[in-house]
Design a protein around this ligand. Structure first.
Ligand SMILES: NC(=O)c1ccc[n+]([C@@H]2O[C@H](COP(=O)([O-])OP(=O)(O)OC[C@H]3O[C@@H](n4cnc5c(N)ncnc54)[C@H](O)[C@@H]3O)[C@@H](O)[C@H]2O)c1
Ligand SMILES: [Zn+2]
Ligand SMILES: [Zn+2]
Length: 359
């Protein structure tokens, strides 16, 4: 099959690799209908996140059809359309039972093989899914594959970020980063009762999308802190949703959160230390929450929400490309070139032109 294979930072190639087959009784193999690039893939692509073995198939977001099932699989059969959260989970360990499927004791992240151990990714024509009964979720009728794909990571993660911030009715919320996850966090903050959602980014088309998702666009520049204060009676936001994953975003979060407020960070951080000190946190009476979204636990609710179509969820996909153009796709998404907000690959129905925008 064709797959996007990691070789080194900024070196991703579309190659032919062996087709996956069920290895354990609980495995299924899916034919990928659509798969996308996540901001998390960029940390690896840029070389900020290290440890991934060269030769690993990248990617952790997909919707597909089940084509083969292991002997122990009970809930899925060939032909079923399913969405995968970005990690596998067993459904029965303590973290799973507590709703923290992302910290399942047996869970693995798609697209992460380190020292020969781990799970191959899904930017490919087929993917193997271990623990399939408790990992996969059936796609409801009436949702397109790409809409359903959002439940497996970016929507669940945006919602998790907002929920972790314990937003109360009437709260003033500031979202840092209007990439796909940030956009979902804006909609989620609105759903949870935020009166005002200030949406910060430097990319004009992302700020425009932020407006469509219910945010008030605030450009990222030297005046950002002042702009946030001017919309929050000079106090800063009750909750800051940090959806970037960089020291400068952490510092900005501290600058724009009010005393007694919360910073909820889903941005993946690869630096060794916090960008602010324990004293800074003390002086702000700060609550800081972070972590990997329990996408499996949240996905059923996210799918119901997607079906309602109250937000322009599908608008996050700017590019639909062939796996063969994967190297270019990573470059476009990283540089935010050509209006790129999110790339979708559709391996089982490849587009004919090398690269084109979604109409
Ligand atoms: N915690 C989880 O479970 C989880 C899941 C998915 C993604 N993520 C992480 O969420 C983050 C966002 O993902 P994405 O797919 O939206 O990525 P993305 O790279 O498309 O979006 C990041 C956005 O932040 C903006 N930005 C950069 N610096 C900024 C700053 N200082 N202030 C405000 N905005 C700034 C960029 O212009 C960009 O639009 C990434 O770090 C990703 O790894 C975490
Ligand atoms: Zn992701
Ligand atoms: Zn578990």
């Amino acid at each position: 099959m064709k797959a996007l294979v990691f070789h080194a930072p900024r070196d991703v190639r579309c190659e032919t690799v062996p087709d996956p087959a069920p290895l354990e009784a609980g495995d299924v193999v899916c034919e990928i209908e659509c798969t996308a690039i996540c901001g998390s893939d960029l940390h690896v692509w840029r070389g900020n996140e290290t440890g991934l073995d060269p030769g690993t198939v990248l990617g952790h977001e997909f919707v597909g059809r089940v084509v083969a099932v292991g002997a122990g699989v009970e809930r899925f059969a060939p032909g079923d359309r399913v969405v995968a959260p970005f990690t596998t989970s067993c459904g029965v360990c303590a973290p799973c039972r507590e709703g923290l499927s992302s910290r399942c004791e047996r869970g693995r992240l798609f697209g992460w093989v380190e020292g020969g151990e781990g799970l191959e990714g899904v930017q490919a024509e087929f993917a193997r899914v271990p623990l399939a009964d408790t990992t996969l979720v059936a796609v409801p009728d009436g949702l397109s594959p790409e809409e359903a794909l959002l439940a497996g990571d970016v929507l669940s993660t945006g919602y998790f970020c907002a929920r972790s911030a314990r937003i109360e009715e009437g709260a003033k919320v500031c979202v840092l980063g209007c990439g796909p996850v940030g956009l979902m966090a804006i909609a989620s903050a609105r759903e949870l009762g935020a009166e005002e959602v200030l949406a910060v980014d430097s990319v004009p088309e992302r700020l425009e999308l932020a407006r469509r998702f219910g945010g008030r666009p605030i450009p990222l520049d030297r005046g950002t802190g002042e702009a946030v204060r001017s919309h929050t009676e000079g106090r800063g936001a009750n909750a800051v949703l940090e959806v970037v994953g960089s020291p400068s975003a952490s510092r900005l979060a501290l600058e724009v959160v009010r005393a007694g407020g919360t910073i909820s960070a889903v941005g993946v951080h690869t630096e060794e230390h916090f960008a602010f000190s324990p004293g800074d946190a003390y002086d702000r009476n700060l609550t800081y929450v972070a972590g990997r979204s329990p996408a499996r636990a949240l996905a059923p609710r996210m799918l119901e929400w997607l079906v309602e179509r109250r937000y322009p969820f599908g608008a996050v996909f700017s590019h639909r490309m062939d796996l063969e153009d994967g190297a270019l796709a990573y470059e476009l998404f990283d540089a935010k070139r050509d209006g790129c907000t999110k790339v979708l690959f559709t391996p089982s129905t490849p587009p004919r032109s090398p690269s084109h925008r979604v109409p």
